[in-house]
Design a binder for this molecule. Sequence first.
Ligand code: ADP
Ligand code: MG
Length: 256
Amino acid sequence: MSSVVNPSKSEDPPSSSSSSSERRRIEQLPEDVVNRIAAGEVIHRPSSALKELLENSLDAQSTQIEIQLRDGGLKTLQISDNGSGILREDFPVVCRRHTTSKITKYSDLQEIPTFGFRGEALASVTHVARVSITSMTANQNCAYRASYRDGEIISKDPNRCEALPCAGVKGTQIRVEDMFYNVPIRLQALRSYSEEYNRCLDVVSNYAIHNTNVRFSCKKMGSSKNDINTMARGKSLENVKIAIRTIHGRKIAQEL
Ligand code: ADP
Ligand code: MG
């Protein structure tokens, strides 16, 4: 009977999986490992990073969002918007985990009007890619720029980890480069640039259809041709149909 314990079993040599029958100790993982694991849960591929960055641009009341991608977004993913911008004083904290301008207390979660609020997206991207941010708010005289790694500003001068002034226009440009340079297993799993590019186009298309008050464009870096190019119109069902026609073609729009 199968329920009878076979005493000879205890004399079997231990299998390789339980070779050292001693239990391993429980240890605290190093912070960089924790952060990279957490980042992997938010950023699976270029299109998931793009989704987060698009939502940030929309949360910043942008009416124009331009996206350029190289190698399906794995080499470069750049998003430029004309939204509210990031204050120079906020640059040192903007890519840290759990920093957000969208909620300040738990009860704010009851009526949250924005896409994001957890303050994790930008932090996550900086744990798996090289990120630089250029941004200008309406009442600043110039733009500011900083590069980030693992949540913090990186600088040639360690005593000056701050955003530096530069030329720019109102809004924010975020450039993400070498995605998963430090997660080779993830990189191996994403071998087709064209598949990644198409996934990014799908994400942009979906947001463009639902946000007809915003102009969206998306192209391969260096190309003169936009693969998505919508106009900013009002928010109405008719304009949703126009956006669907622009993106998916007349035939699909007619079937609606
Ligand atoms: P969350 O969106 O959950 O707040 P994120 O990590 O995505 O967290 O962004 C952190 C903060 O950075 C946002 O709360 C916002 O203040 C600022 N931010 C990010 N992207 C932009 C942008 N494109 N324009 C203006 N502010 C931005
Ligand atoms: Mg966000």
